[in-house]
Design a protein around this ligand. Sequence first.
Ligand code: ADP
Ligand code: MG
Length: 341
Amino acid sequence: MSIWGRFLSLFSKDMAMDLGTANTLVYVKGEGIVVNEPSVVVIDRNTEEPKAVGHEAKHMFGMTPDDLIAVRPMKDGVIADFFVTQKMITYFLKKAAKAKTLRSPKLIVCIPSGITQVEKKAVKESAINAGARKVYLIEEPMAAAVGAGLPVESSVSMVVDIGGGTTEAAVISLSATAFQKSLRIAGDEMDEAIMNHMRYEHKLVIGPYQAEEIKIKIGSAAPLQEKMTFVARGKDLVKGVPKAIEVNDDEVRYALEIPIKAIVEVVDEALSGTSAELAAELTKTGVMITGGGSLLRGLDKRIADETRIKIHRAQNPLESVVMGSGKVLEDFKLLKKICIT
Ligand code: ADP
Ligand code: MG
């Protein structure tokens, strides 16, 4: 490193960022996770400047006046709105650095394993424009595996990351992805399935965050021991007036069936796509599921029953990707081995 580079690094911090469709997390070297907020930005339509980012913006979703618009700039695991994504990254990195002038010399950004070269370039450019000097990319399933403490350098593991926009199944062997399968169906589609169900079965229009709340409070992928209910609130489809309907877990499970089937199928396909040798190893180690979507009640059991393989849920599914990238940031040899520049 040049003298100037060394001088700058005294005033800047290495960071790792999990730029998710639902949540963005930032890890600062030597400090840990310092940012964990929804990937939502409220934009002023007139000036095109962000009015709110993260938690504050999520609270405003669906309730903004006409001149403001709440957007989720990441869709299906990739940048759908380049301009807004850049604003969001800049905001979170500055927040993580705790000062306006600090720059990040080294930044690791997690990307879905299925993204194209063009999409990778867009992520890197956004990070550079946001103040990073050197950007490394790491595939999310690899980061999640490292984060969960799986032995990525020495043995075989399979990780299924169920996020907001994508489900990614990857088999990792000797520090590389041996096989991967990704699907643009995950938590968001579950919310949409609940919204559609309420609309057609109960003539009740609900917003995406109410749907998400129903999923988190009473949603499931396999029958539950105890009955659960939730009062859904929205407006009547025909009359447009406020309306509330009580729903139970059976009904919500039925509504979630299509996205859940698709997720189970992608795990099955990833398993069938691996070589006999790797598959043999996986029957011993099992498969780890992670990402916020893996928290759905009974999803582990459902996948295990249908694929006949052991399923473990990561300890902190919402944090495993950023914790893994943080570990890589602290270990330069590992970074050189598994990151893409
Ligand atoms: P991303 O990496 O795409 O940002 P995350 O891993 O942060 O996604 O997961 C976000 C998804 O997880 C959202 O769809 C959210 O609704 C879902 N989620 C969070 N907690 C739960 C829960 N307890 N049960 C079911 N889904 C959950
Ligand atoms: Mg993720």
